[in-house]
Design a protein around this ligand. Structure first.
Ligand SMILES: Cc1cn([C@H]2C[C@H](O)[C@@H](COP(=O)(O)OP(=O)(O)OP(=O)(O)O)O2)c(=O)[nH]c1=O
Length: 185
């Protein structure tokens, strides 16, 4: 029997939720991910995870909880989402070079009686990157659909000197906190 729904079109989130061993079905609600004026990063990422879960609940056929999630990269308090284009990705990666940033992933579980949510923040430190490395990385195709223009689970992992926090949260779904949230029902 399906235990829950996952409101996500991200193959990484689907793979991570499978890793937890839950039986789930996919819903793909479409929400507007534009930040509100002066919205703080923690507020944005949590609001979007909740909106994904609640939009999923409206689509769900069976009365099961719906999990939604959102990931952003934050550098000096500035939100770095998915790149708009090549120039945006190159600028983002140059700004991450040799620096420490935060990856914030929010998870939300929506039920008809209400939504529970949590934000998980992980510190990630990049090594220094050359322009040639950055350009070659863009050409790999990997940065295009990823917050902060990199994927730690792929070639982007070659740039990560250190990480403090949840690796799975950086990839898109924190395993421990997601399991705890689902089991708290
Ligand atoms: C930083 C980082 C992000 N990412 C990904 C995770 C997310 O899929 C993506 C951020 O975009 P999101 O908007 O969080 O998610 P999404 O659009 O991919 O999927 P959904 O349907 O659930 O809204 O960036 C990685 O895969 N690896 C990384 O190291």
């Amino acid at each position: 029997m399906t235990a829950l729904y996952l409101a996500s079109s991200s193959p990484r989130r689907q793979q991570l939720l499978s890793q937890l061993g839950f039986d789930f079905e996919i819903l793909t609600p479409d929400i507007d991910e534009t930040p509100l004026p002066d919205e703080a990063p923690e507020k944005l990422v949590e609001r979007l995870a909740r909106e994904k879960a609640e939009a999923g609940l409206a689509l769900a056929k069976a009365p099961r909880p719906v999990l939604g999630s959102d990931t952003i990269v934050v550098l000096d308090g500035r939100i770095l989402g998915k790149p708009r284009d090549r120039a945006d990705a190159l600028a983002t990666l140059a700004s991450l070079s040799g620096r420490r940033h935060q990856v914030m992933t929010a998870i939300a579980l929506a039920l008809p009686e209400g939504t529970r949510s949590q934000v998980i923040t992980t510190q990630v430190e990049f090594c220094e990157l050359t322009e040639a490395q950055i350009a070659a990385y863009w050409d790999s195709g990997e940065p295009a659909d990823k917050a902060g223009s990199y994927g730690i689970q792929g070639l982007g992992g070659n740039f990560v000197r250190a990480i403090h926090g949840s690796y799975s949260a950086v990839v898109g779904l924190p395993l421990v906190e997601t399991r705890e949230l689902i089991q708290s029902l």
